[in-house]
Design a protein around this ligand. Structure first.
Ligand SMILES: NC(=O)c1ccc[n+]([C@@H]2O[C@H](COP(=O)([O-])OP(=O)(O)OC[C@H]3O[C@@H](n4cnc5c(N)ncnc54)[C@H](O)[C@@H]3O)[C@@H](O)[C@H]2O)c1
Length: 252
């Protein structure tokens, strides 16, 4: 894929990994549709992309809302005329142990807490991936979809909801790669390790310390190291149906 000729949508583009992906793809000459619930954050990312001289539009949308996601992808095609790429990056953490025993009292992970993460990370990826595929087919855009998974997909303490959602989006990528190849659409996933972003900052310091001690390269990853991988997948037409593990060698 030639990024200079491409329109790329990024969810969760307001900060962290999504913001760095936007800046990196703007640098490569792609036109950008930036999606997030947070309009103020979107405006910040948009400013950075506009400074690089690329067409950039923002769409305030909750990726869990089916009607709004459908409308947003229709708007993107109206605004740009086509859609060549999607990064399914929006995601949240709501960590908690399945069951916790404190002072003899047993508490449990609520269904609401479990579902909140599944809604954004899995259902949001499903909805945006589905709508992007529809628009790519309708506009004959020959696109690429990238789902952002996580090293936690292998299973991680306190992350029943998050780990399950991240295993699922990796599986969606391999499934969609098989289903959508006939339309010229490639689909892949990236499973980042621990990356320095506002999301990682929500983790308890002792959890970060424990994780860093488990990383063979000895440090957390930089957002640019994931954004580079997004660019690489877009540009390499022989990648599909695979999950790229960009994690400094960590194994959960
Ligand atoms: N940071 C890490 O260490 C790490 C590691 C592995 C995977 N990931 C994944 O990478 C992605 C980005 O992570 P990050 O660290 O940049 O997170 P972040 O919290 O810094 O940014 C996430 C963005 O998603 C947006 N968002 C949240 N819910 C949304 C919704 N319902 N609809 C639309 N937008 C929504 C937020 O407003 C925010 O701008 C996530 O999917 C995350 O699970 C992160």
């Amino acid at each position: 894929m030639d990024l200079k000729q491409s329109v790329i949508a990024i969810t969760g583009a307001g900060q962290g990994l999504g913001q760095m992906m936007a800046v990196t793809l703007a640098h490569a000459g792609a036109e950008l549709a930036l999606l997030d619930v947070n309009q103020q954050a979107l405006d910040e990312t948009k400013q950075q992309c506009l400074m690089l001289g690329t067409k950039t539009l923002t769409y305030q949308v909750d990726v869990t809302n089916e009607a709004d996601v459908e409308q947003t992808f229709s708007d993107i095609v109206t605004d740009f005329g086509r859609l060549n790429g999607l990064v399914n990056n929006a995601g949240i953490l709501r960590d908690g142990l399945l069951v916790k025993v404190k002072d003899g009292q047993v508490s449990k992970l609520s269904l609401e807490q479990f579902n909140s993460v599944i809604q954004v990370n899995l259902n949001g990826t499903f909805l945006c991936g589905r709508e992007a595929a529809v628009k790519m087919i309708e506009t004959d855009s020959k696109g690429v979809i990238i789902n952002i998974s996580s090293v936690a997909r292998a299973g991680n303490i306190g992350q029943s909801n998050y780990a399950a959602s991240k295993a699922a989006v990796a599986t969606l990528a391999t499934t969609w790669a098989k289903e959508l190849a006939r339309y010229g659409i490639r689909v892949a996933a990236i499973a980042p390790g621990v990356i320095k972003t506002p999301m990682a900052a929500q983790m308890k310091p002792e959890a970060i310390e424990r994780l860093e001690s488990m990383i063979p390269v000895g440090r957390m990853g930089d957002t640019s190291e994931i954004a580079q991988t997004v660019k690489f997948i877009f540009e390499n037409d022989y990648i599909t149906g695979r999950v790229l593990e960009i994690d400094g060698g960590i194994r959960m």
